[in-house]
Every structure is written in C-alpha cells, then in structure tokens.
Design a protein around this ligand. Structure first.
Ligand code: AMP
Length: 487
C-alpha cells in the first residue's frame, strides 16, 4: 500500500484535466503532476530518507509529497511560521537528508542548519525534474513511514508523530466516508497551511481527481479565498476556526461554488459557529483530531449542524468511521455518560509512536489506546464534548503553543525573575497567549527577546506584571489561579 497509488490512478483516469492551480491559473495536468513527482522521486536517494518541506503554501508541496512517497521516503512538513532555529531543531531531530524550501525560508534557514537546503525555484530543483522518472512503487509495506508530523512538545522540543501509509489511507477513507465525496469536477482550496491540516487533505482529494488550488498570497486572505471559491468548481477547504471567523467578517455571502468547509484543530465557540452558518449556510463540517490521529477522532457532519441545539454545536460530534473512541477514568476504567475523563482512541489512523522518543511513546500509547491529553465526556447520545486539556497547551488561531516553551525563553531574559504563561479566551483567536511576569523587563524588551528566539505567533499578546506568581506548597505555579485573575 502506497499513497502514490492515489495519484497513479487519478492520472490514468483524468490525464489531461487540470490538477494543480495557483489562483486561477492552471499549472499542471494530472499526467504532468504524476510525471514530475516520479522524476523528483528518482533523485531522492535511499528509501526511508526524511525529506523535509519548509514553505508557505506553494504548488511544489503537492509534487514533493507524492515524490517522497513514490521513493518510499518520509515527508517532514515544517510549519512555515516557526523561527529558523525551531526549524533546525526539527531537521536535526528527524535526521532529514535535505529540506526543500520556499526562496524566503531557504534564505533564513541556510545560515542556521547543516542540512542541505534547496529552494524550490532553484536550478538544482529544475535539474531534478529533468531526471528520468522513477518506477511506480507497487509493493510498499503499509506500515512504512509516510509522514512525520511534528507537534510542539511540553518540554519545549517538538515530537514527530510517525504516520504510515496505512495511517494516512485510513484518514483518507474516513474523510471520504464521513465528510465529503468530491469528484473530478471539484476542488480543494488550500486556505490553511499545507504543512498541517490542509496538506493532510491532499490524499483524499487527489484520489478523486479534485483540483488542488493554491492561493497566490502566502498567508490567509479571506477575500482571495472567497474569490477562488467563485471561480473553481465544487470547492472544499479545511480552515482553522479563526479563518472561518475572518470569512464571516468580510460580510460576503457564500460563493456559488463553495460546498464544504471543514473546521477544527481548535475550539470554535458556538456563537461564532452560528454566525458562520447564518452567513454561509450549511456547508460546515467539524473535525476533532490531532497529529497523533491525523484529523480523525470524532466529527460533526454537515447534516448534524441543521437545526442543532447548542449542546450539539458545542460538542465535537461522535466517533469517525473506523475509530474507537472512549473516555477513561483516572483508574483506567471506562467512564459513563456525563463523566469527564481523558479521551482515548484507537484504530488504523493512530500513529505508531514518536520518532526516536520511546519515553514519550510509552506515555502516549497505552494498552493499544492513544491518550489524547484532552479531557471530555460523552452524552447519552454518544456526542463527545471537550472540557479541558490535560496537556498544558494554548491553541491560538489553530496553532498549538506550549506555555512551558514560552516561559523558558522568557526566563532567559536577565530582567525576568519569574514567568507564568496561560491562554486567555479570545473571540477572534479562540485563545491568546498572556504572560504574567515578575521582573523589570519591559514588554518591548520581551517582545524583541522572543522574536529573536521563537516563532512570532507564540509571543504573548499581553504582559501582566505581578509581585509573585501564585504557587502551591510544593512551589508549583498555580496556572488555574493565573487564569482566574484574567477572568
Ligand atoms: P494538533 O496535534 O496540532 O492538530 O492539535 C490537536 C489538539 O487540538 C487536540 O488534542 C485538541 O486539544 C485540539 N482540537 C482539535 N480539534 C478540535 C476541535 N474540533 N475542537 C476543539 N479542540 C480541538
């Protein structure tokens, strides 16, 4: 089983139809995409090599993914918003053999890494495309690694969730079974980063011959997104809740060709969801998932949103096809309806562990179940509602930020004695990062300090100065109390 077979079959059926578009412009047909991927694959070296991609959304990402799979290599997509030093940590952890990067990121990354960095607009890249094509892989072991999904770690270092061809095929099948049934007259518009949610949706849409549409602007521009959904046929997209809100804020109505928006990856407030439905109609689908069980734990289908009460809209729906989901009590027994516990899941979609990190794997995969770190409860109907996260994480605009990581960097500043970072509810971003500071460093100094060391999106939106952080008798900072002060 190899994900490349999805492209192989589509190229045979839809050879001369448009496959990859940038804005309105057709870049490659399916036959051309297939050919380019196999030519690149022939240059990738040993099977199992980790091929990293660090780029804003660009058309090359699609061909690089299928090239890596054709060569039985592993794709390592890197969030383009990370600081170059954070990217370098991922490259090092993954033992990447090379990194393909957009011209902008290539320039920032080259000085900080020993891993060969190759801009996708370079002569070297063009040379690869002139190489004789590789053979189509026919006999790949389904457990072979296909994707290392890096999630920020509680210790500040990223962990790579190991996803196999089988894992991503299970995700693909569940998406087609539960959420959307595209065909060759449809399009996937990449609004969200292709290094995460939007990129994971490439396989299901490629398998049905749906166009891959990449907007021209590097970041998310809601008006451009809506324009593209007027001009391409039968559009679907994955968007973080913040992006959905930005669509609503344009005041525009639903484009004629926009059929499906999958939202998730972070909490969406019920009121925001209702506003989105009022503006765009019933085009929404919710997913609850995580890198360790990519995009696929529970969900709410389009029909589940129609005439739904607040409890349903505020839930994350019910288990996805092929996935077992349960809530466990602290003693490991199964919780009953209404009882809050840790959410666990199992199925073909669940990762095999974290790359080179047996301790983290052992803590996360237990008795055949993936411990999600999310706390929640089922109701009598089997709808799951998230209540809290057992992992200390802030989700802002769909990006995960681990407070510990920000605290550690803040504490490196000589003008900071103590730092406590929490998430504050925020209408636009879901949550925003707020730092409680004991010390004399000014917000401007702290901003400059952080921007030099970690990704911009992790920077606190607010600093609150206090005399001392609240602590329990063991000296552990009481985050709950910090959050209460915000309220
Ligand atoms: P990531 O691994 O970066 O995709 O982050 C996964 C985490 O995002 C999950 O463990 C949840 O805490 C959160 N999350 C994902 N989907 C949803 C959702 N639909 N509603 C609320 N939180 C979500």
């Amino acid at each position: 089983m190899n994900l490349f077979s999805l492209l192989d079959q589509t190229a045979a059926r839809c050879a001369d139809r448009g496959a990859v578009f940038v804005g309105d412009r057709q870049l490659h047909t399916w036959r051309e995409l297939h050919d380019r991927a196999l030519r690149l694959a022939a240059t990738f070296g040993e099977p199992g090599s980790r091929i990293a991609i660090a780029s804003e959304n660009r058309p090359e990402i699609v061909e690089l993914m299928f090239a890596a799979w054709a060569a039985e290599c592993v794709v390592v997509p890197i969030n383009y918003k990370l600081h170059p030093r954070e990217m370098q940590q991922i490259l090092e952890d993954a033992g990447a053999s090379r990194v393909f990067a957009s011209p902008k990121i290539a320039a920032e990354l080259t000085p900080v890494t020993d891993v060969p960095v190759e801009p996708v607009d370079s002569a070297q890249y063009a040379e690869r495309l002139a190489h004789a094509p590789a053979e189509v892989p026919r006999d790949t072991d389904p457990t072979r690694l296909a994707w290392l999904f890096y999630t920020s770690g509680t210790t500040g270092r990223s962990k790579g969730a190991m996803l196999s061809h089988r894992n991503l095929m299970a995700m693909t099948v569940a998406h087609l079974a539960d959420f959307d049934s595209p065909d060759e007259n449809c399009s996937l518009v990449h609004g969200a980063p292709m290094s995460h949610g939007s990129g994971l949706y490439i396989p299901p849409y490629v398998s049905r011959g749906a166009r891959q549409v990449i907007p021209e602007s590097a970041g998310f521009d809601p008006n451009e997104f809506l324009d593209l959904c007027e001009r391409h046929p039968g559009c679907s997209a994955f968007l973080a809740p913040t992006m959905v809100q930005r669509l609503v804020q344009t005041g525009r109505s639903c484009p004629r060709e926009l059929r499906t928006i999958v939202y998730g990856g972070g909490p969406m407030y019920v009121e925001s969801l209702k506003k989105a439905i009022a503006a765009f109609g019933h085009i929404f689908v919710q997913l609850y998932g995580q890198g360790e069980a990519p995009m696929t734990i529970t969900g709410l289908r389009r029909a589940d949103h129609i005439d739904a009460d607040d409890a349903t809209l505020g839930s994350v729906g019910y288990p996805r096809s092929g996935v077992d989901v349960a809530v466990l009590r602290e003693d490991g027994s199964f919780a009953g309806p209404g009882e809050i516990g840790e959410i666990v899941c199992r199925g073909d979609v669940v990762m095999s562990g974290y790359w080179n990190n047996p301790e983290a794997t052992a803590a996360t995969l237990q008795n055949g179940w993936l411990r999600t770190g999310d706390m929640g409860s089922f109701d009598e109907r089997g709808y799951l509602t998230l209540r809290d996260r057992s992992k200390d994480v802030v989700i802002s605009g769909g990006s995960n930020i681990y407070p510990r990581e920000v605290e550690e960097v803040l504490l490196e500043h000589p003008g900071v004695e103590e730092a406590g970072v929490v998430g504050a509810p925020d209408e636009e971003w879901g949550e925003v990062v707020v730092a409680f500071i004991v010390g004399s460093a000014t917000p401007e100094e702290l901003d400059a300090h952080l921007l030099d060391r970690i990704a911009r999106f992790k920077r606190p939106k607010r600093y609150i100065y206090i005399d001392e952080l609240p602590k329990n008798s063991y000296g552990k900072v009481l985050k709950r109390e910090l959050r209460a002060r915000l309220a």
